[in-house]
Design a protein around this ligand. Structure first.
Ligand code: SAM
Length: 281
């Protein structure tokens, strides 16, 4: 069993569940491309929507199948998802412990909107192994993840320089945001300072804060090659990586500055995928 109280982000999801404003559509063009490309092989089959939040992805995935289960570890998120989608199956579960679900159960296991990144490095590896385990041998595991080379890594609440913007534009946007949302800005600086000791940078992956939730969430960043390796360690074979902008990236890409990318993977053929060890304490 997973110790959710050791996860500092669970408090933030709980705190912000009632004000969480999900997007009303795709997170980005990359998500649209991925779902369009996998639609035919997923249609009408069992789909697991992990970290479903308030149910943004439910609208999209329900168009593909009636055999749908949405899970999240935060009860207030699920309450909102249930209100928005009466009659649809939702259940409280932690992505790191899917022991209620059998091996090879789903044709698509989906963890969208960089939800996986709010798990710490070990929790993330455990969750990926669980996603692999519950996915059918001919199924797919799809998730998005923040790019360590992208604009959100080490962004901080100050002016963020982005390749597509001039420095003057970044400073002007920063000043406008600070004037319009002074409390959230102050909270951002406080949270970044408070999280300073949690910052880690291992070059291929890192732990940092990011702008959503006033920089209160600690999130995981990775490079594309590292994402491919960590997937392999979880018995997943990455078949494609699509940028936020909808471009296919090579599996050894170290150049793209996309803020996040979508990973499409299948259970590695012939590998044994075992359920997690339970904590006997
Ligand atoms: C960025 S939100 C995304 C919500 C939704 N999928 C969307 O696209 O709007 C991430 C969600 O993942 C959930 N989450 C984070 N860690 C989780 C875990 N270990 N197990 C299950 N859900 C988790 C959070 O509670 C939150 O609802």
């Amino acid at each position: 069993m997973v110790n959710a109280s050791a996860d500092p982000n669970s408090e933030i999801w709980h705190r912000d569940a009632n004000q969480y404003e999900p997007l009303d559509s795709w997170t980005d063009v990359g998500e649209r491309r991925v779902l369009s490309e996998i639609a035919d092989r997923t249609r009408g089959r069992a789909v697991l929507d992990v970290g479903v939040g308030t149910g943004r992805s439910t609208w999209l995935l329900r168009l593909l199948t009636a055999d749908y289960l949405g899970i999240d570890y935060e009860p207030s998120m699920l309450e909102r998802a249930r209100d928005a989608h009466p009659g649809i199956r939702f259940s409280q579960m932690d992505a790191r412990d899917l022991s209620e679900l059998g091996d090879d159960s789903f044709a698509l296991t989906y963890f969208s909107h960089a939800g996986l990144d709010s798990l710490d490095h070990e929790g993330r590896a455990t969750a990926l192994r669980e996603l692999a385990r519950v996915t059918k041998p001919d199924g797919l595991v799809v998730y998005s993840t923040l790019n360590r080379r992208g604009e959100f890594f080490q962004a901080g609440p100050g002016p963020v320089d982005q390749p597509q913007r001039s420095h003057a534009v970044s400073v002007a946007r920063f000043a406008a945001r600070a004037a319009l949302h002074p409390r959230s800005h102050l909270a951002g600086f406080r949270n970044v300072r408070g999280h300073r000791s949690s910052f880690e940078d291992h070059v291929e992956w890192a732990i940092d804060t990011m702008p959503t939730h006033d920089w209160a969430l600690l999130v995981h960043f990775t490079t594309v090659p590292h994402a491919v390796r960590e997937a392999a360690e979880a018995h997943l074979e990455v078949t494609s990586v699509i940028s936020r902008e909808g471009d296919e990236l090579s599996l050894d890409d170290r150049e793209s500055r996309t803020a996040w990318f979508h990973v499409v993977a299948r259970p590695a053929p012939g590998e044994t995928r075992s359920a997690p060890q339970t904590n006997q304490q």
